[in-house]
Write a protein that binds this ligand. Structure first.
Ligand code: ZN
Length: 404
């Protein structure tokens, strides 16, 4: 009796490992799962067969590019968790919008809603809007609220983990001191994880964009602030308090302008959106937005091109330092400044080649992010999808046991 009990618990443990690995990858081959779990191919095949019999896993003949298999001949059969296993919700609070998305555990986005609203003004308006959008998006996706495994959430300001309280007085005046995570969790009756915008961008590119299949890359969000998200060994590196990646506040020179963080000479004082729009506004004698600066640069305006290129060169020095430290495979540039394309990206590459050690510079390529303004809400989905889903794994493993 003792022996059969321990066999059963071993089988349960194997099932949980396979389910968690599959949930994190969305779509995978049996070989991918064997590599990810360290289990043998035959053990994985047995577990997958059990899950298929119970209707919890299905084959995906149509998926392409989602596997890490670099084989020749017939492509491997890909599998994914069935939609009945549950879904996840992502919420993004921008300065002037709320976006909500719902995905299933194969990482397919089923619904996406966007509403313009003055989020900075008052936290309660933003939270009310988000709750309504979540209900609408779940209805559209056909996923009942009690099948949601978790909610990821982004707010446009510094977050201190683990509480998730918005800490800055300068970015979101209506939100200071609000425990957005706790409020949303209570209103939705679901677990909520909060992440900063640069980390969300990194996770979004990892799961849905230009970082798919990569183990080590750096995401740069170039916008009203400049932040970085680090993916190291296939995982987001947050640091002990969640503030890793504040490259906008790395020091470039002893003097320089005063920064909103209280220091002088930070990268943001010369290369963030505010510095760019002030320089172009001063030169033209009219107030311009980031979108207008990019439009001017595209139409050949020398001043706009020069100011964006200077910002790119400065960002490139910070990126060169990051490449020396982390030796990433790719640098992905997102945020609204990245819409400038090569006007910004080419000078980043130039600085990188000049300032990074040659081997680190040779290993890395620099590309624009693929997700544009959807980066944060996709990242909010990804933050839940990439977490180990212990509860999901246990409940799915139990469901198989019941039907066996
Ligand atoms: Zn600073």
């Amino acid at each position: 009796m003792r022996e059969s009990g321990s066999l059963r618990s071993l089988r349960d443990a194997n099932r949980r490992r396979v389910i968690e690995a599959l949930g994190q990858r969305g779509v995978a081959s049996r070989a991918d799962l064997a590599r990810a779990t360290g289990l043998s191919r035959s053990t994985v095949s047995t577990v997958v067969a059990d899950l298929q019999r119970a209707g919890l896993v299905s084959e995906r003949p149509d998926a392409n590019g989602a596997t890490s298999e670099a084989g020749v001949g017939r492509p491997p059969v890909l599998i994914a968790l069935d939609r009945s296993a549950g879904g996840v919700v992502g919420i993004d609070f921008g300065h002037s919008h709320v976006a909500v998305a719902v995905a299933d555990l194969s990482h397919e986005v089923l619904a996406e809603l966007w509403q313009d609203i003055d989020v900075d003004h008052a936290a309660t308006d933003g939270l009310d809007t988000a709750v309504r959008l979540v209900e609408e998006a779940l209805a559209e996706a056909g996923i009942p609220q009690d099948r949601v495994l978790g909610v990821g959430m982004g707010v446009p300001g510094p977050i201190h983990l683990p509480g998730g309280t918005v800490g800055s007085t300068s970015i979101l005046p209506g939100w200071v001191g609000v425990d957005a995570r706790a409020v949303m969790s209570e209103r939705l009756g679901l677990p909520v994880r909060v992440e900063n915008d640069a980390n969300l961008g990194a996770l979004a590119e990892l799961v849905f964009g230009a970082g798919r299949g990569l183990g080590d890359f750096v995401y740069i969000k170039a916008s009203s602030g400049i932040g970085a998200g680090f993916v190291v060994g296939g995982k987001l590196h947050r640091g002990v308090g969640g503030t890793a990646g504040e490259i906008g506040h790395t020091q470039f020179r002893g003097g320089g302008d005063v920064c909103r963080c209280g220091n002088r000479g930070c990268l943001e004082t010369t290369a963030a959106a505010g510095a760019i729009t002030s320089a172009v506004s001063a030169g033209r004698g009219e107030v311009v937005t980031v979108a207008r600066v990019i439009e001017l640069a595209e139409s050949g305006d020398a001043l706009a091109q020069r100011v964006l290129a200077d910002a790119g060169r400065e960002i490139g020095i910070a990126v060169a330092n990051l490449c020396n430290l982390l030796n990433p495979e790719r640098v992905i540039v997102g945020g609204d400044l990245s819409a400038a394309g090569d006007v910004l990206l080419a000078p980043i590459v130039q600085s990188l080649r000049r300032h990074a050690i040659p081997t680190a510079a040779a290993d890395v390529d620099v590309v624009a992010g693929r997700l544009g303004k959807r980066a944060e809400v996709m990242g909010a989905l990804a933050v839940v999808l990439r977490e180990p889903q212990h509860e999901l794994a246990s409940s799915v493993a139990e469901a198989v046991g019941d039907r066996a």
